[in-house]
Design a protein around this ligand. Sequence first.
Ligand code: GRF
Length: 189
Amino acid sequence: MKNICILLSGSGTNLQNIFENIKDGKIQNAKINLVIADRECFALERAKNLGLKSILIKRGKSFTEELLNAIPENTDLIVLAGFLSILNKEIFNKIYVPIINIHPALLPKFGGKGMWGNNVHNAVLENNETESGATVHFVTQEVDEGEIILQKSFKLIEDETTETLAEKVHKIEYEIFPKAIQQILNSEK
Ligand code: GRF
């Protein structure tokens, strides 16, 4: 059984989707061993409702240390599912399991600091892009620059808005995130 530790900051719909994919056997031989939030957020309530163990580690001086202490030793994969903190370099020196993230655009476009939530969709619209999508990638010290694991795109329609984009991207996330997780778990011994 592989253990997945999920870090998040927001509403947690991807957490719920991962949970359901495990339950339905679409992600096999895995369980969520801990949910960690860096702020009060609805995802904590969601985790509780799903019967998942969860903790809140607020950002501050000892954030990295507390995070390192909290991540269970039996963790095989760390999944950032809407996690808004940037991981400190110490994390990468001390954690040897893969860390993956989902980004609501087609990286390497529209990534990096400040590119989160609707900022991303607004930038896509302002740039008159003809397509958008979502990307699952490995997390490295360079924000949103790690190797891409899976990506899926769709064509924008003429009167696309921030809201319609956000909804379409979320749908794609629910499709590719579980697939990418299974792929990474399969590739680990
Ligand atoms: C997703 O759009 C993801 O791409 C981004 O944060 C959002 C999280 O959404 N990193 P949710 O909290 O899972 O609904």
